[in-house]
Design a protein around this ligand. Sequence first.
Ligand SMILES: [Zn+2]
Length: 256
Amino acid sequence: MSKHTSKQLAEADIRAILRAADEIIAEGGRTLLAKILKGSREKKVLLLGLNDCPTYGWFRAEKLEGVMHKIDWMIAHDFLDIQYSGKLPMIIFTDRGWEIEADQRADEFLSEWDQWLEDGEPSPDMYYLKDRNRHIILLFLEKIGETGDSKYIPYLKEWEIVDYKKVRAKIRSTIDKLEAKSPIDLSAVNERTESIHEALKGEAPQDLLLKCWECGDRFTFSVGEQQFYKQKGFVYPKRCPKCREKREMERFGLFE
Ligand SMILES: [Zn+2]
């Protein structure tokens, strides 16, 4: 555990780390994530196709250890978390991290369409959007609707044919919205932008004052302890240090 939380990461770096984490979420740990960001040519990285991630090699110029520190910063600042799968510590998103990542993935889909439309591509095979994360897909459709641009309609119509009922309904309402040229709900757009902006701030972690389940006393759970517990995948302590010690002694028969 590194005791010091290094300096605030830039927004672009936070986004890049979240994007890379998305490739291995709940399936890989800190080291693998660091290797993607470092641009490692290791066999495992290449076999998993992780070199195709848009932020592969984002921290190419840094030492692997430095990249690990940044990942730990992300964990300490509640963007990422550790969850144990058996004995293996896996990277997962926190709510905050996921909010940012889902939003940028939806943007990624949208800019991909923009690119294809610009290149004059005929409707691509829309099967690639099926079975994607539902939250991202609905957000993507939300964003398409918010552009108010009818250029997306042919793609939407192709997509409508292949996807499931619930997504189809949302595609249909998006097409209707674009065809009707209905006014765009700017407040929804602003609200989301503001929320992402808030999420990206990643304010410094603080000591917590927890209440002991046993004696009811308040006790400090320091930032350092929080980080340690997080990295180990432990749940936060329920008892104050005194009561914890008492329990320990009872367990070993040293206390009556
Ligand atoms: Zn207590």
